[in-house]
Design a protein around this ligand. Sequence first.
Ligand code: GAL
Length: 416
Amino acid sequence: MSKTPIKKALLIVAALATTGSALAAGKLEIFSWWSGDEGPALDALVKLYKEKYPTVAVDNATVSGGSGTNARAVLKTRMLGGTPPDSFQVHAGQELIGTWVVAGRMEDLSGLFKSEGWSKAFPADVLKLISTKDGVWSVPVNVHRSNVMWYNPAKLKEWGVTVPKTWPEFITTCATLKKKGVAAPLVVGENWTQQHLWENVMIGTLGAQGWENLFSGKTKFTDPKVVGAFTTFGKVMDCANKDASGLSWQQASDRIISGQSAFNVMGDWAAGYYTTTKKLAPGKGFGWATAPGTSKTFVMLADSFGLPKGVKDRAEAINWLKLLGSKAGQDTFNPLKGSIAARTDSDLSKYNTYSRSAATDWKTSKIVGSLAHGAVAPESFMSAFGAVIDQFVTSKNSAGAAAAAQALAVRSGFGK
Ligand code: GAL
């Protein structure tokens, strides 16, 4: 059947919308947990989007709460209710794949990866994390490092201590600091930050391979080495502040600068907070080292955005994803965020000394995925594991916690 002029015009309009012409008017809702102190890097990216697509109204919807603990619950309601945001932040890896991909709720982005040349622009480790045999599921905007220990160089000098290299050494340094009147040598915050610390104690004790074996089902959580690492975690937690559950990660980071505590194990969004929000100079205002026992390992996680099926503003969302994956997008976002670009062609002259050191380690270290930030286990495990940590911190029952974790691993399908 031949096309009428009206049909032709409609087809042209539709084609313009899907190719993302700058002329296209429209809307875009992006959903994330990057609000307030966490906002500047995302704001810079949104600004870039608006420059490219000036007629698109961007709704930058955020649900605050570190590591997405609150945002994930809201997202769930929206996905199940049939009103998905046009694109949402999600940790690359099992957090997305084990939840919304297996439920058939996400669009396969293989075509976009091909047309944008991303299969070459992103390293194999990152591509593996976001792919299954059926497709590629989200666009990573960064690579964060989880295994970093932050400190205040001037305060360590004043106390006469150095950064501990192993967890047993940390426990000794903790005793020294307590004798010097530092009541809480380590600062931790709410539950997810304790899970973050736990993963670093585990990796620092079991080694990178030992950690991977837990999530491939090769090693059981009830293995004596894992039980022993729980006991070490208990001793590490004895060095921490007693008001942890009421503290955000930013408030915990503040205590390093004020000198109330000596050490904080946190991902490198803390570098973004120190430099972008607090205007501190890396190496002077704050210092960093790999978490004890993990000097040859890079514990990674990546923030990514996906495209749910059936969104209202698909063309605008695709343009958002294109920007996220582009060199310009990544090199705008990451210098403010504390992370490094997921792309291999990033311009490191735009980054500070902390990020450059992370970029070097990213290339030379053994890479493993973070549990606390969605890379290695499905959300069903992650969210239930929070209760295991809560109970352990009160009871200090290593065998009990290990058995509970093992039961969860079996239920989540990776434990044998
Ligand atoms: C992580 C996320 C980071 C940062 C952090 C604190 O899970 O990957 O980008 O937002 O939580 O909220």
